[in-house]
Design a protein around this ligand. Structure first.
Ligand SMILES: [Zn+2]
Ligand SMILES: [Zn+2]
Ligand SMILES: [Zn+2]
Length: 382
């Protein structure tokens, strides 16, 4: 597009936008955003439960899920910060037997080895990222970096996926704050496409796709949600989910192991702020799937790869109305109604004082009232 392109027309006209990371198109239909809603209304997310749940297999000191199905009983230690363990029901195992099938290129299979771990963010059963302190979140960032480094060191591991499913709407089986780390012997589909797109962009333009994209976003300032000295959170131009967020490092690094101590602080800061904007949007503990995309751990340096995270939240217009990927989206192309620009504006306006910390008399008041823990005060980062 030329410098004189009229982007304002995009708020009124059905159009397609190109996603350069996946090299696919998303259909945007802004005129449909006001149609009446007659679809499914989901139940509101329950409010936070107790600090400790005796039936939770992630809480400190509790028996783990493997025990429940007749496996060897395992008990969690009485951990006081983060806690990492190998998933009792791992989707992958590190000792997969050799399988190699190829019938006419149509019936194809390969054995896949992997390691699946669970990272508990906190001993507190009722916390979410938005309700954790900067120090608590910094401990989580440290664990992610340690895990990435130790899995990277395994010769057969070619990809490390860190991801969090938050909320029952995203299929999270347990509200205890945790994420998963899956290390694969192969590059998964999405990373494969993102690596190829970034490598091709670098070969053609001698520059980084996401560094160049970030410069455009900073210049246009339409889709920003929040930022600090090291990270930017924005609704990407090509967002599919209504309130999708792309989290980008400002410095070109390819993975979490290259972040400086200060950048790790800033990552912890932006994680809390993004999830606070989310919670404030519909005054609910906002569900999402999020995860980091990092350079493959395949022995190459991958200078084309720019460290980032995606947030894919399912909510559409309230705590109870969710977006489904059905019909045209399954059969043809992803589609959205509200524009990414208006989604970013609504997320910005949702603010950074968590709604549970606002005083009852004045909902906009910044003097926090917090129950039972130190308040999450507004960030000192700009
Ligand atoms: Zn728990
Ligand atoms: Zn870059
Ligand atoms: Zn990505």
């Amino acid at each position: 597009m030329s410098d004189s392109a009229d982007f304002s027309e995009l708020a009124r006209t059905a159009h397609r936008r190109f996603n350069p990371l996946l090299r696919e198109w998303v259909l945007v239909s802004p005129h449909r955003a006001r149609r009446p809603w007659q679809g499914k209304v989901a139940d509101p997310a329950p409010v936070a439960g107790p600090h400790y749940d005796p039936s939770c297999y992630l809480c400190p000191g509790n028996e783990r899920a493997a025990s429940l199905v007749g496996g060897t009983p395992v008990r969690n230690p009485k951990y006081s910060s983060t806690f990492v363990f190998d998933n009792d029901f791992a989707a992958l195992h590190s000792d997969a037997p050799q399988v190699l099938i190829d019938e006419s290129g149509l019936l194809v299979a390969r054995a896949e080895s992997g390691i699946c771990r669970v990272v508990c963010f906190s001993p507190r059963h009722d916390l979410t990222v938005s309700r954790m302190s900067p120090a608590e979140l910094r401990a989580v960032v440290n664990v992610w970096a340690e895990q990435f480094t130790s899995l990277y060191a395994l010769e057969w591991v070619r990809h490390v996926q860190i991801f969090e499913n938050r909320g029952a709407l995203m299929g999270a089986s347990n509200p205890h704050p945790h994420c998963q780390i899956w290390a694969d012997a192969s590059l998964p589909n999405v990373s494969d496409r993102e690596v190829a797109a970034q490598a091709q962009y670098r070969a053609e333009k001698h520059s980084c796709l996401l560094c160049d994209y970030l410069a455009l976003e900073e210049e246009r300032d339409e889709r920003m949600v929040c930022q600090n000295d090291s990270f930017v959170a924005l609704v990407p131009y090509w967002a599919v989910w209504p309130f999708e967020i792309l989290l980008l490092s400002k410095r070109h690094v390819s993975a979490i192991d290259e972040l400086s101590p200060l950048e790790r602080d800033h990552l912890a800061d932006i994680l809390r702020r993004v999830t606070t904007h989310y919670d404030n949007l519909f005054l609910t503990s906002f569900p999402y799937s999020m995860g980091f995309h990092q350079r493959p751990t395949d022995g190459h340096t991958h200078p084309e790869f720019h460290f980032h995270a995606h947030y894919f939240p399912p909510l559409l217009r309230s705590a109870t109305v969710q977006k489904f990927m059905v019909g045209y989206e399954l059969l043809a192309s992803p589609q959205r109604d509200i524009t990414p620009e208006s989604a970013a504006e609504r997320l910005r306006e949702a603010g950074e004082i968590h709604y549970l910390d606002r005083s009852l008399e004045n909902p906009q008041d910044t003097s926090a009232t917090n129950v039972g823990r130190e308040p999450n005060t507004g960030s000192s980062f700009k």
